[in-house]
Design a protein around this ligand. Structure first.
Ligand code: GLU
Length: 476
């Protein structure tokens, strides 16, 4: 989305970066080295479909190789362009540094409307695009590891992994060439919902800090908070569903492509998602008010606004009217640099994209490690953990019987305590820890420095500091 007088997405990211580095003491030249995108490869390839050759344009941009492999999703959308993939690649660098996923930043995109093609056609197009990237090492387990993004998912990642395998038959680590794969194709439990889960963990962590809640002009806990979500795709759907089902949030608005639904008593995320699946949009959904001008619902009175769709949706044309005291950027770049200033001055607290949606790449990191170690997490230790817990439970029960007391463990406690952690539990624990730790680092900077007045600048300071440390270690 572009608005007159507004910088492009990449310029917007650069402006936010500049704002942060102005507060840092980086050696001359390093600042520029970190900001610029190292390389962007553009490919145009033809695929014979429906009796004629169709030419597609794709990109893979590498922003920073201070750590390798570089990491970042592949987007399938008509809006894909060089400026966008470069902005997204830069955000990947900062995101990975912030959550300590040991990768540089990259991003890819293919200009295509996936809904226009059937599955078999999409497979041919995806494999052909993957072929172009694989032969240039722009998909490779040790150099560049893509993942899903808008318009792609497990299915596309499975095709890419298979394409890599066909071209590298003896690479024992081949499966680690891409993440976000289906479970039976080398994926990991919990990856699909990881970004949405990360958004939930980020909000839970925010609400553990009374000072931060107060800074947003709020009080209390997540329970009962009114949430407006834009985009019920993979990230928005999972984020909203978890907040509703597990944290007691009221989803009072859902904005989709064809309009929005609002309900002061709260929408049921699962049933709205099912409705969209059946009818292609939110219009006609029975248990809510339909608003044709969906974007106007971004301005609706609520506690938490979750833009989980496209970049640039909160911009100079509407920022003034956005009233949410807390915004969590589940999408990449939903708030432009100009809108960011307006909102900051109004006292709105923004939990920035590079942190808020880092759950996806965090679990991608776990998947990559799983692929390289060739073993499922928890496989060795789970039963041992259960056996040790059983020992304690048996012993306590024996002592109890011996002493003749009426004390006893509840069956629910026993069941929970005895269960050893499988892969999903371990992934959740690793993700939760990552989101908590990263938030604490950011908020420390936010509160400790007078010249840092927002979480985004704090997040940039923390992540640029880490990238700079890596460059220093490389002797640059
Ligand atoms: N596309 C996701 C993002 O923007 C995930 C990237 C990854 O897992 O590598 O963060």
């Amino acid at each position: 989305m572009s608005v007159p007088n507004e910088p492009s997405f990449r310029e917007s990211v650069d402006l936010m970066f500049n704002r942060a580095v102005a507060l840092m003491d980086l050696p001359p030249g390093l600042e520029e080295k970190i900001r610029v995108c190292n390389a962007t490869y553009t490919v145009r390839f033809g695929v014979r479909l429906r009796g004629q050759i169709h030419t597609f344009t794709g990109y893979r941009s590498v922003h920073s190789e201070h750590m390798e492999p570089v990491k970042g999703g592949i987007r399938f959308a008509m809006g894909v362009n060089q400026d966008e993939v470069e902005a997204l690649a830069a955000l990947m660098t900062y995101k990975c540094a912030l959550v300590e996923a040991p990768f540089g930043g990259s991003k890819g995109g293919l200009r295509i409307d996936p809904r226009e093609w059937d599955e078999h056609e999409l497979e041919q197009i995806t494999r052909r695009f993957a072929y172009e990237l694989i032969k240039r090492d722009l998909i490779n387990p040790s150099q560049n590891v893509p993942a899903p993004d808008m318009g792609t998912g497990e299915r596309e990642m499975a095709w890419i992994a298979d394409q890599y395998k066909r071209m590298n038959t003896t690479d024992i680590n081949g499966r680690a060439c891409v993440t976000g794969k289906p479970i039976n194709g080398g994926g990991i439990q919990g990856r699909t919902e990881a970004t949405g889960r990360g958004v939930q963990y980020a909000l839970q962590e925010f609400f553990r800090h009374p000072e931060d809640i107060k800074a947003a002009g709020m009080s209390g806990s997540l329970d009962g908070k009114r949430v407006v979500v834009q985009g019920l795709g993979n990230v928005g759907y999972h984020g909203a569903k978890f907040l509703q089902e597990e944290d007691g949030c009221l989803i009072t608005g859902i904005i989709e492509r064809d309009g929005a639904l609002v309900s002061d008593t709260g929408l049921d995320v699962e049933s709205v998602r099912n409705w969209i699946g059946k009818h292609g949009g939110v219009a006609g959904y029975p248990d809510a008010t339909y608003v044709e001008d969906g974007a106007s619902v971004l301005e609706k009175d609520c506690d938490i606004l979750v833009p989980a769709a496209l970049e640039g949706v909160i911009n100079l044309s509407n920022a003034e009217r956005v009233t949410a005291p807390l915004i969590i950027e589940a999408a990449n770049g939903p708030v432009t640099a100009g809108a960011n200033e307006i909102l900051r001055e109004k006292g709105c607290v923004i939990i920035p994209d590079m942190y808020a949606n880092a759950g996806g790449v965090t679990v991608s990191y776990f998947e990559w490690v799983k692929n390289l170690s060739h073993i499922r997490f928890g496989r060795l230790g789970r039963r041992q953990e259960e056996a040790r817990h059983q020992l304690i439970v048996d012993e306590l029960e024996r002592l109890d019987e011996y002493s003749g007391s009426t004390w006893s463990m509840t069956p629910d406690f026993k069941k929970k305590y005895l269960r050893g952690a499988g892969e999903l539990e371990l992934v959740r624990s690793g993700l939760d820890d990552t989101m908590r730790t990263a938030y604490q680092q950011i908020r420390d900077v936010w509160h400790a420095r007078e010249d840092v007045t927002d979480l985004r600048t704090a997040a940039y300071l923390v992540s640029i500091g880490k990238v700079a440390d890596s460059y220093r270690a490389l002797g640059l």
